[in-house]
Design a protein around this ligand. Structure first.
Ligand SMILES: [Zn+2]
Length: 417
């Protein structure tokens, strides 16, 4: 397959890209390959559109997607009503592996349409039938070579605050879940939260797994599990394999504490994840006015050299009723609420939903537009980051390891004046 006449994000000029046997064989300036050497059926004419590595979804709950409204909608819009509505769902609806897989697959189709090829999903391990775990492990195997999935054991109702919380986490890891999750701010006490973090890192070491924790997802400036998470990652040399998700409380920390905290965060080398659409929707609900935005310090963390990836968290579930799998919409929300709309910010904004996510997922050889790497890429109907975000440009072609998984012809409006 040859992609003719494309831009490549971050490079000057136009290129022809040759993919063979699932890898990038040759990337050359446009027209340096003789036209007659190209067999027409293998050539995709890019018309100057931008090629880049695929989008990465670092934080979603595939076991919960597309369940909004069952048994009822989240009427208050709070995180806690989301958790209790999900609890009702899982204790009143018959949980069937094939049904969970079909919902999750439908969400993956939506994401694929919008350029996602790598997904890290949580799966609730406090749903004790473990149908969600079974479903997502099966789906992960079935989707290999089309969309790559990493799974996280997520203790929705806590680890220490459940009599058998630790056993459930161990059982999930034994079944083949990839990463260890947590929810320290939701545990009954601060002490339980701290104890859960120690358990999480012990488990990660035992199973040689990444850590990806829902951390301080609350508008409580006193919720400070992040400092313990980062310290443990630093002590154990686990920073590059650790993600602190949400850290909403950082939006409420005072500046003196935050500036002290940043030194540790940087030394720890941990990664961050923020879900600006979901968090802006869920947080700040108990405030009157001024109303907090409920998101972490995305701009400040990035400017201090730390890695922050943006994710969706939800697609039409008890926590968030909207979402169509389009990370550009999440990014659009993110750059607004974090005030990253300056020229320099917008020039590189797609990092947040691509390369930064790849770091969270510890992707390496399989990620990037370079000769010799896996031929996984998307072609966007735009020329640069700012244009793509501004027009929410469609993905016209998505290729994973040399296999085309999505083709799209963008709609053209006929404006009659
Ligand atoms: Zn989440």
């Amino acid at each position: 397959m040859i992609i003719r006449n494309c831009r490549i994000r971050g490079k000057e000029g136009l290129f022809d890209v040759v993919c063979e046997n699932g890898i990038f064989q040759k990337i050359t300036p446009h027209k340096s390959i003789l036209e007659e050497a190209m067999e027409e059926e293998n050539v995709f004419e890019a018309e100057g559109r931008m090629m880049m590595p695929p989008f990465v979804e670092p934080h979603i709950h595939l076991d919960c997607v597309l369940t909004a409204g069952i048994p009822h909608y989240n009427m208050s819009g709070t995180l806690f009503e989301g958790i209790s509505t999900w609890h009702e769902y899982k204790t009143t609806q018959p949980l069937v592996v094939s049904e969970i897989k079909e919902r999750a697959k439908e969400a993956l189709r939506l994401m694929a349409e919008h350029g996602v090829q790598f997904v890290r999903t949580h799966v609730d391990v406090t749903e004790t039938s473990f149908k969600g775990v079974e479903a997502l492990l099966e789906l992960k195997e079935e989707m290999k070579g089309t969309i790559e999935i990493q799974t996280i054991a997520f203790p929705q109702n806590g680890i220490m605050s459940l009599k058998n919380g630790k056993e459930l986490m161990i059982r999930a890891m034994d079944m083949g879940i990839d990463c260890v999750g947590g929810i320290p701010h939701y545990e009954y006490t601060r002490e339980y939260g701290l104890e859960s973090l120690k358990f999480i890192f012990d488990l990660a070491e035992k199973y040689d797994a990444c850590v990806d924790v829902h951390c301080d997802e609350i508008d409580d400036g006193q919720s400070r599990f992040l400092e313990t998470l980062a310290t443990m990652a630093w002590e154990r040399g686990w920073g590059k394999r650790t993600v602190a998700a949400h850290t909403c409380a950082m939006g409420s920390y005072n500046d003196a504490y935050c500036s002290k905290l940043f030194r540790l965060l940087k030394d720890s080398e941990i990664n961050f994840n923020s879900c600006p659409a979901a968090s802006t929707h869920l947080q700040g609900r108990i405030d009157t006015f001024p109303k907090r935005r409920g998101i972490t310090r995305i701009k400040e963390l990035s400017e201090a050299g730390m890695n922050v990836a943006l994710g969706q968290d939800s697609i039409s579930d008890p926590w968030y009723p909207l979402g169509v799998g389009n990370l550009l919409r999440v990014l659009e929300m993110g750059v607004h609420v974090a005030q990253m709309t300056g020229y320099e910010d917008l020039r590189h904004c797609l990092d947040f939903i691509s390369t930064n996510g790849a770091k969270n997922l510890c992707l390496d050889q399989e990620y990037g537009i370079e000769e010799g790497k896996d031929a996984s890429f998307i072609l966007l109907d735009g020329k640069n980051d700012m244009e793509v975000l501004r027009f929410l440009s469609p993905v016209v072609l998505s290729v994973h390891k040399g296999k085309t998984i999505v083709e799209k012809i963008p709609a053209k409006a006929k404006v009659l004046f």
